[in-house]
Design a protein around this ligand. Structure first.
Ligand SMILES: Nc1ncnc2c1ncn2[C@@H]1O[C@H](COP(=O)(O)OP(=O)(O)OP(=O)(O)O)[C@@H](O)[C@H]1O
Length: 198
């Protein structure tokens, strides 16, 4: 169980809990603060409030250990090396996920520069899935994907949910929010969140 109590970052303020295996959609207009919230929960930016995983405060563990359990995926994942495979500690483990998302099995040797925006988004997701995090904070993870690839991502994430992973999925796509979210959190211009059922 992830609990967020009185989290504050700039104008945003949020409190909610996320059970194991729960799938929550996060919505709200552009610029309202969805990314700020997700990055704050992962402790990537300074913020105030209490965030716990199974009752353990995030301050009780090193930041890297927290982020491996409570993992943020940016809409545009970062790259630090020239070749795709160099971003994966176990490319063999990555390969079934990579091909499952429609990329060819020789893409490990491709230069990052060659990748399309959608291919980057898929490979960024695979990188994160290999961490086997308890909580995934997905920031518009299919914004650059065609419908078939987006459906493949949705079913991959649904499989993780059935194994107990919890997910917050930020999306501007209302139909997707209703499809993926058993709950919908909507952020308003004041930075607060309200909850709706899909
Ligand atoms: N470090 C910062 N200092 C001040 N303001 C910031 C900082 N980072 C982001 N902001 C502002 O906070 C607001 C919320 O940004 P955020 O990226 O969280 O929006 P969002 O809801 O994810 O939007 P989108 O749907 O377009 O991705 C924006 O106006 C942004 O400019």
């Amino acid at each position: 169980m992830l609990t967020v109590s009185g989290l504050k970052r700039l104008h945003i303020s949020a409190s909610f809990a996320l059970k194991d295996g729960e799938y929550v959609a996060l919505q709200g207009p552009s610029g309202v603060g969805k990314t700020l919230l997700l990055r704050s929960i992962a402790d990537l930016d300074p913020n105030e409030g209490t965030v716990k995983l199974d009752g353990t405060l995030r301050e009780a563990m090193p930041a890297l250990a927290w982020r491996k359990r409570v993992t943020y995926l940016a809409a545009e994942p970062g790259w630090w090396s020239d070749i795709v495979q160099e971003h994966f500690t176990g490319w063999d483990d990555a390969l079934p996920l990579v091909t499952g998302l429609g990329l060819p099995d020789d893409c490990g040797s491709w230069p990052i520069q060659r990748l399309s925006t959608g291919e980057r988004q898929c490979l960024g997701l695979v990188r994160v899935l290999l961490l086997r995090s308890r909580v995934l904070l997905l920031d518009e993870p299919t914004s650059a994907l065609d419908p078939a690839s987006a459906a493949a991502v949705e079913s991959l994430i649904a499989e993780r949910i059935s194994n107990g992973t919890s997910v917050i999925w930020s999306t501007h796509d209302n139909a997707q929010a209703r499809r993926v979210g058993s709950r919908i959190l909507t952020m308003g211009p004041d930075g607060g969140i309200e909850e709706n059922r899909p």
